[in-house]
Design a protein. Structure first.
Length: 210
């Protein structure tokens, strides 16, 4: 009897999961949305960075360029790795924060602006010790968590790269953070930029409440 009940519940969960997946794809098709675009920018940036890092490393190994005295402060030799680990730490930290600001924070802020029903439901979940919600299942949030995990796990390998690589990596991450901060500021909102999907969703929720 118990086994039959467990089997019935399992089948129901499988059906609900399949209905959720098919419904999600139906919504994407109806709205003419391609989820692949969510990862297009990170993939292109990753390819560009890997190409740059490998090219610099191979140029140094082949002796085509001499970067032994082209640096400053504690990293005077750009052809060698940073033995203090300051540069790789700064690179990983700024990239981690850039991902947090660019991908994960959008889903968190959007979830906090949902209707009262979803907010009360989220609070009740937190009281019982389980934290679930739309933001946790959002594609952007999952991609952000994956990229952040990759950044942390890649630190031992990043610390072995020549210091010259970080002359591109760190400024690129800092520029990305500043760019995001600017476009989301009061000045950026007045530059006639298209509304973000989260803004449109929140506006629709307000109209539905009325």
């Amino acid at each position: 009897k118990n086994q039959a009940g467990v089997l019935s519940v399992t089948n129901d969960l499988v059906k609900l999961t399949w209905m959720r997946i098919t419904g999600q794809f139906a919504i994407w098709k109806m709205c003419n949305v391609n989820p692949a675009w969510s990862i297009a920018v990170p993939v292109v940036q990753a390819v560009a960075f890997i190409t740059y890092a490998v090219s610099v490393r191979e140029l140094i190994r082949a002796g085509n360029i001499d970067l032994s005295a082209q640096g400053v402060l504690w990293f005077t030799n750009l052809g060698d790795r940073d033995h203090t680990y300051i540069l790789p730490f700064l690179a990983v930290s700024t990239t981690y924060f850039s991902i947090e600001k660019g991908l994960r924070r959008d889903t968190t802020s959007a979830d906090s602006k949902d209707d009262e029903f979803l907010q009360n439901r989220k609070k009740s979940k937190q009281v019982t010790g389980t934290s679930t919600g739309p933001a946790n299942s959002n594609l952007g949030n999952m991609i952000g968590q994956l990229l952040q995990s990759v950044m942390i796990l890649s630190f031992p390998f990043s610390s072995q790269l020549p210091a010259a690589v970080f002359m591109y990596w760190i400024p690129s991450s800092v520029f990305g953070i500043l760019q995001l901060s600017f476009f989301r500021s009061s000045i950026g909102s007045k530059m006639f930029l298209p509304q973000q999907p989260t803004d449109l969703r929140n506006r629709n929720l307000v109209e539905i409440k009325k």
